[in-house]
Design a protein around this ligand. Structure first.
Ligand code: CA
Length: 239
């Protein structure tokens, strides 16, 4: 099983740290969020396998975070962390699609058991991408090239391949420019502008046309006011 990436949304610093440390010690990759607003951003990011979500949170309530998250990731696993007596919220959370809940105070052992159980159910089901094609061309992200025929191929830069890979991995949704900046360039958005993303996508689009100039109905689609999305020109085979 690949290393799972978990987001911990919890405003109580001691609990957040305790939970995060326990998860890291077990080998998970953890992102911490101290309130609902940050939590929603982190929980919505690409490549997240599980969200641990407190319900009473500053800035945005946990159930609100869950509702928003469900709009972009209908099946992303969520375990609710609730206070004793919060039965009503717990039930609402489960009805909104949370996978499980843990009642505070909980032991690290109990939490880890729940985390493991949810991941065992959900990670196995995640399909892996076995091939990506554009018309007759084959996209090889490892080698960073597109092979059109035995003679013809197009090389992709490291950044272009990373952008394409990220869009393919998140093909079920539109990816905001800011997210691409953060995830592909691996830095905060402060120094770089989203224009840089547009520039790279433009270059990538040109390369995604086969030798006859056909992009087979758009390999990368622009989503107005948001960003980009893997388009119908890409045929993605899962196995
Ligand atoms: Ca709280």
């Amino acid at each position: 099983m690949p290393k799972a990436r978990i987001v911990v949304v919890e405003d109580e610093p001691a609990i957040r740290r305790g939970v995060s440390d326990a998860l890291r010690l077990t080998g998970y990759e953890v992102t911490e969020a101290p309130d609902g607003a940050v939590g929603l951003v982190e929980a919505s990011a690409g490549g997240i396998d599980l969200v641990l979500l407190d319900l009473l949170l500053p800035r945005r309530d946990g159930l609100e975070v869950l509702a928003e998250l469900r709009k972009v990731h209908p099946t992303r696993p969520v375990i609710i962390l609730t206070a004793r007596g919060g039965e009503e919220d717990r039930v609402r959370g489960l009805k909104m699609g949370a996978d499980d809940y843990v009642v505070k105070p909980f032991s690290a052992k109990e939490l880890l058991a729940r985390v493991e159980a949810v991941l065992r159910r959900t990670m196995k089901a995640a399909p892996t991408i076995v091939a990506v094609k554009i018309g007759k061309g084959t996209v090889d992200l490892q080698r960073r090239e597109i092979r059109w025929s035995a003679q013809e191929r197009t090389d992709l830069s490291e950044t272009e391949a990373a952008v394409l890979k990220y869009l393919i991995e998140n093909r079920e949704r539109a990816v905001p420019r800011e997210e691409l900046l953060g995830r592909v360039w691996g830095i905060g958005t402060a120094g770089l502008e989203t224009r840089a993303v547009d520039m790279h996508v433009a270059r990538l689009r040109a390369k995604l046309k086969d030798p006859t100039g056909d992009d087979h109905g758009e390999a990368i689609v622009t989503v107005r006011a948001t960003g980009y999305m893997a388009g119908p020109g890409l045929t993605i085979k899962e196995g």
